[in-house]
Design a protein around this ligand. Structure first.
Ligand code: PLP
Length: 349
């Protein structure tokens, strides 16, 4: 719904349709009955209880890390990690297309910031080989939010290890949808970053985030991460809902299979469109239009036909690559996808 009109939504990050899952909704309701709607304070005071603890333990077990720490958002988690783990003598080496929450935090850090060419391991290696006194923190995403392509995590992990750096992966768009039991991009490529950020605003269908890390890093964050100390903790009822969402994600492969089938149907149907389809195999299927105005016009044309797709323009994406950022979910039917394709072909004529 937008301004009282119903649209067919191809802009949602609710990739598995979990925001509408009956069990998840009822877990949130039951959590609110037990704990009320808010946490009542920072986790350092009284905002943290057994609902948070249970969900953290469940996450750590699922992803194979000693510890998981909840944050109120992925934005906050990224800011907190970069602030806590970098100092002046260090160097941050980040993929050029990293999300704003990563690059902004990196710019605020006193550490040196270098960006490597997108998904280019040689470019990363060249930067890592420059002399430095302190520690190097390598930052990338599992699946990139605007292109939908995946990072070569195995190769990135290898050159990072060789340079004795720390690897941080933000898997906002991979968690839940990729890997065995939805464990994400890192599981899919058999990589274990030092710091893994997963967020709950996409495939988990709600909001919030967690950092997966070692015992000592978690203890350090609890002492020094200002985003944990000076911010109201996630409502416990939300942790209950997320915990149920995780059970669905682990056990129910059918949603991932449905999403894969929808991706395949869209890609097969979109081959003859005049706009460039990227090589993405994920739920994010951008159509590159080029200039800004035609991209905005195309989005408006679709909207007139009851289809909601967002045009993304620079500076969010590089100049000359304005696009429709189409996202597919497990909730779309064949008819929904065919309707989108038909509207695109009509707009192309
Ligand atoms: C959405 C997103 C975030 C921010 O997460 P929120 O929980 O929405 O604050 C961080 N990184 C990436 C790559 C994202 O796509």
């Amino acid at each position: 719904m937008q301004n009282g009109t119903r649209y067919l939504n191809f802009s949602s990050n609710d990739y598995l349709g979990i925001s509408q899952h009956a069990q998840v909704i009822s877990a949130w309701q039951q959590g609110a009955e037990i704990y009320g709607v808010g946490s009542g304070g920072s986790g350092h005071v009284t905002g943290y209880n057994e609902a948070h603890q249970l969900f953290e333990e469940q996450l750590a077990d699922w992803l194979g890390y000693p510890r998981a720490l909840l944050f109120i958002s992925g934005f906050a988690a990224n800011q907190a990690l970069i602030a806590a783990f970098t100092e002046k003598s260090d160097r941050i080496v980040a993929d050029k297309l990293s999300h704003a929450s990563l690059l902004e935090a990196a710019m605020h850090s006193p550490a040196q910031l270098r960006r490597f060419a997108h998904n280019d391991v040689d470019s990363l290696q060249t930067l890592l080989e420059q002399p430095i006194d302190g520690q190097q923190l390598v930052i990338t995403e599992g699946v990139f939010s605007m292109d939908g392509d995946a990072a070569p995590l195995a190769e990135i992990a290898q050159v990072t290890r060789h340079a004795q750096g720390l690897l941080m992966v933000d898997d906002a768009h991979g968690i839940g949808v990729m890997g065995n039991q939805g464990r994400g991009s890192c599981d899919h490529l058999q990589v274990k970053p030092d710091l893994l950020v997963v967020t709950f605003g996409k495939a988990f269908g709600a909001s919030g985030a967690a950092v997966l890390c070692s015992e000592s890093m978690a203890d350090y964050l609890l002492q020094f991460a200002r985003h944990l100390i000076y911010s109201t903790a996630m409502p416990p009822a939300q942790a209950c809902a997320l915990s149920t969402a995780l059970n669905v994600i682990r056990r129910d492969d059918s949603r991932r299979l449905m999403l894969q089938a929808n991706i395949a149907r869209f890609r097969a149907g979109a081959q003859s469109l005049p706009w460039q389809l990227m090589s993405s195999q994920t739920a994010i299927q951008p159509l590159i239009v080029g200039e800004n105005q035609p991209a905005v016009n195309l989005a408006a044309t679709l909207r007139e036909r009851g289809i909601w797709v967002t045009a993304i323009r620079p500076p969010t994406v590089p100049p000359g690559t304005a696009r429709l950022r189409i996202t597919l979910t497990a909730s779309h039917t064949d008819a929904d996808i065919d309707m989108l394709l038909e509207a695109l072909y009509d707009a192309a004529r």
